[in-house]
Write a protein that binds this ligand. Structure first.
Ligand code: CA
Length: 233
């Protein structure tokens, strides 16, 4: 899942970037209002963490404009001002939540995850289940039919995105935009390469990740009964 962090204070931005990356998110950082505008115009974010006081404009203005333009991603405001009126203002302008600085990273993380859970997906607590596949979003580990599967962070991110859209076709472009950082060097093969890695680890005979010719990939949500390691050999 890809996040945009809009924050002009470098230490805070670096702290958020490091912490959220370690938690398995693809993270872009914008340090002022125009950079944030440009980022939202060109990339697809699953959530935005938006500081209120920014060079070149306020987070409130940005939020209002983005909502007018149709941005649907949840927005979490960061504000140094602990005034009720500001909080209400932010939410009225289309924000989904707010956090007052200084904040604990764990609280920010919990709120971001809660915002992402409001999306079209099935998650129970920290677990995302698709048939026999279980993703533990907190521990960043996967299991298929009870068997742990060792995945790299990128593989996990890719599988998580497919799982959150299980049963629907996801284009290579969408996977690229939501799983890789915006400054990653575009490579038309990289998504296919990582899907191949995933399939190898999930078991090649198992049609969990289907290729939909000309459209992309689909994670089959149908409960699988023959995915035990024994059945795969
Ligand atoms: Ca600021």
């Amino acid at each position: 899942m890809k996040l945009l962090v809009v924050e002009d204070e470098r230490p805070t931005a670096a702290f958020l970037y490091r912490g959220l990356t370690e938690e398995g998110f693809a993270v872009d950082v914008a340090a002022d209002a125009s950079a944030a505008d440009a980022a939202v115009a060109t990339a697809e974010y699953d959530a935005v963490i938006l500081d209120v006081m920014l060079p070149g404009g306020s987070g409130f203005e940005l939020c209002r404009n983005w909502r007018t333009q149709g941005l649907a991603a949840p927005i979490l405001f960061l504000t140094a001002r602990d005034e009720i009126s500001d909080r209400v203002k932010g939410l009225n302008l289309g924000g989904d939540d707010y956090l007052v600085k200084p904040f604990a990273f764990d609280e920010l993380l919990a709120r971001v995850r809660a915002l992402l859970r409001r999306g079209p997906m099935v998650a129970i607590g920290s677990e995302l289940r698709v048939g026999a596949l279980v993703l533990d979003l907190h521990r960043r580990v996967a299991a298929l039919a009870g068997q742990p599967i060792v995945l790299s962070q990128r593989e996990f991110q890719l599988l998580e995105y497919l799982a959150r859209h299980a049963g629907r076709v996801v284009s290579r472009t969408a996977l690229w935009e939501h799983v890789w950082e915006s400054d990653a060097v575009p490579d038309s093969n990289v998504v296919d390469v990582y899907v191949r890695y995933l399939r190898n680890k999930l078991g090649r005979a198992h049609p969990l990740i289907q290729t939909v010719r000309g459209a992309g990939y689909l994670l089959d949500p149908t409960p699988q009964t023959d995915v035990s390691p024994e059945a795969r050999t």
